[in-house]
Design a protein around this ligand. Sequence first.
Ligand code: MRU
Length: 360
Amino acid sequence: MSNGASLLEPPFATVSWSADGRALRLLDQRRLPGVELYLETRDVRETVDAIRTLAVRGAPAIGVAAAIGLVVALEHAIEAHTGLNDLSGVDFTAPLPIARSALERLSQQLDASRPTAVNLRWALQRMLRVAAALPDDALLRGLRAEATCILEEDRAMCLAIGEAGASFITEGSGVLTHCNAGALATAGIGTALAPMYVAHARGVTFHVFADETRPLLQGARLTSWELQRAGIQVTVQPDGAAASLLRSGAVQAVFVGADRIAANGDVANKVGTYSLALAARVHGVPFHVCAPYSTFDANTATGDDIEIEHRHRDEIALAGERMVLPAHVPVNNPAFDVTPRELITHYITERGVLSPPFHI
Ligand code: MRU
């Protein structure tokens, strides 16, 4: 990446239409960094499974996946109902009640796949609103166009976040990030990593410290993979090393993404974000949350109202194939935590930089 124009192109296609437009195409993040493999889903159960098992993850990316996944699942359901196996040439001049009821059902199935990232619901509600305004004969075409629009807007908003946040990365500085809020978490160049991509393209030299992010290692497996690929210097550390690194003076700014931002500014993000924000505050290091407006949720008053996903015991009990817990010891495995707005220096969005306190 060497100039502003090339930044418009994400480094790889995390989430997109398949080449024939009939499936959702995903870079399978369960296999990274070892294997770079793409998978395609069509049936709604395959898409729900890909979201639940984190083949596609990160708030904006699952929003885009849900929008495309809804269209391909709807077409799949109509084909199964009508016996046609290619709807592209079919002219739907007659009302198509099956499509309307299937749309509602498929959207509910996708919505139930993960609870915390509001982008998922945001994208599905946007698709349903558009569908309600479309005549039957334009339904499939209109929904395809809307899903493509969500995908393209996501790319543009990543770039805008990168441009709004790049000036917070100064020459020779250290920056710290948690989880993966990069190109792998969006259809573009990421949210928290977008300022890093833009600063790098502008010739700024800096060093990224990536928390490994227990238990699923999004920082170790994904953030380091995509930054190294882009030629950005990156060091991975255990999550527990962050506080002392902040104390050492090696870090001038922390950048994280968000899964949902409540109306009062509280932020849900990957578990461990809250501890990082506390440590950053104690050591006087600015703490920036990078997110598009689709992550701000006016219907959620405060962080206490955000549903936090709890995941399976095995994510804690197993290290690879090896059992590391005695049998029957229970685990506490929340995937996210809430950082109160008081600990946040800036919200870096596609519409510019906001400072708390604010109400959306
Ligand atoms: O469980 P994950 O990997 O989906 O969690 C992802 C995060 O917490 C990200 O920081 C967040 O979704 C923002 S992605 C731009």
